[in-house]
Design a protein around this ligand. Structure first.
Ligand code: NAD
Length: 306
């Protein structure tokens, strides 16, 4: 299958590129290297250094490649940054996504052509009444980042109807693993791991009870591989459905690194969800997907590249 992966130089996207190439697919990557790295891109993939805000450039690539699937991971994926300065996040995640959809509508190939999207379960449900949240929970984003992903989902559904292509929307938990960029704000395993390795003390925002649903990147990649065959016009959560607090993640990383220091506690940051876990029963039912990699094993593998 011919597949374009946007954001394929980034953390999650680059692992998906590897998996698709290993499965025998032909892959082209679109990425502007704003947070991704050229060295992450599998040498067997074609690489286009293109900003998805550039409608004409995106159209040219899709016209040339005529993909049967687009797996869309390019985004500005930082909650706090989006609160400080919302426009870049909205431009890339909403208008950039629209550019990719329009180009795929015009140039995508085949009757079963499909658009796969990396939305967020962590930032789209706000503070859900029930944890773990399933797909029927209200969407109440607390940040422009969460809003941008919700808008992205709606625009995908609109253009899928307009052009008659298929879509599968994933709402991700907190994904962690090798190649995660410790300079961002989302990769707490990479950030804490890097700081502990340098002998300094990581900062926890809040009292350590803030919680996320941590899922290893290989599990997320497996869902994206299944997505090429299964799941038509669905929105599907991925995750363990389990809350892992900041204190628990700190202790797990410290244990893996034999680190004996204590965290610094700083005030909570506004716009960040307090606690979330994502129920993935639907993914099990329609995709046969369940996470497999336990937290301690995943942390060990993630820390190898920090
Ligand atoms: P990442 O920053 O490593 O990857 C994003 C990639 O998109 C980078 O390679 C970056 O260079 C590229 N990019 C950014 N703006 C671009 C633009 N204007 N044009 C072209 N390329 C651009 O982040 P990640 O953690 O790998 O996230 C990948 C996707 O998964 C994002 O869409 C993110 O919102 C989503 N997601 C991630 C998580 C997580 O826990 N990491 C959770 C939920 C959703």
């Amino acid at each position: 299958m011919k597949i374009i992966i946007t954001g394929g130089a980034g953390f999650i996207g680059s692992h998906i590129v590897d998996a698709y190439i290993n499965a025998g697919h032909t892959v082209a990557v679109i990425d502007d290297l704003s947070t991704g790295f050229r060295k992450n891109v599998n040498p067997k993939a074609k690489f286009y250094n293109v900003d998805i805000r550039d409608a004409a450039a995106v159209d040219r690539v899709l016209k040339k490649e005529r993909p049967e699937a687009v797996n869309h991971h390019a985004a500005i994926a930082e909650v706090v940054k989006s609160l400080r300065d919302p426009m870049p996040t909205l431009q890339v995640n909403v208008l950039g996504t629209t550019n990719v959809l329009l180009a795929f509508g015009r140039h995508g190939k085949g009757k079963n052509r499909k658009f796969i999207f990396s939305s967020t379960g962590g930032a789209i449900y706000g503070e859900p009444k029930k944890i773990p949240a399933d797909e029927s929970a209200d969407t109440v984003p607390l940040s422009p980042y969460g809003l941008s992903k919700l808008l992205g989902e709606e625009i995908i559904k609109f253009y899928a109807r307009q052009y008659g292509f298929r879509y599968l929307i994933f709402r991700y938990p907190n994904v962690y693993g090798p190649r995660q960029n410790p300079k961002g704000e989302a990769g707490v395993v990479a950030i804490f791991g890097g700081i502990m390795k340098s002998g300094a003390r990581p900062t926890i925002f809040g009292d350590g009870t803030k919680a996320r649903d941590y899922t290893f990147v290989h599990d997320i990649v497996r869902a994206n591989t299944i997505a090429l065959r299964k799941g038509v016009n669905e929105t599907v959560n991925l995750g363990w459905g389990k809350k892992v607090t900041d204190r628990m993640i700190f202790d797990a990383i410290a244990a893996a690194l034999d680190y004996e220091g204590e965290p610094i506690f700083a005030p909570y940051r506004t716009g960040e969800v307090y606690q979330i876990a994502i129920k993935a029963a639907k993914a099990k039912k329609i995709l046969g997907w369940q996470p497999k990699v336990p937290l301690a094993d995943g942390i060990r593998m993630a820390l190898e590249t920090v």
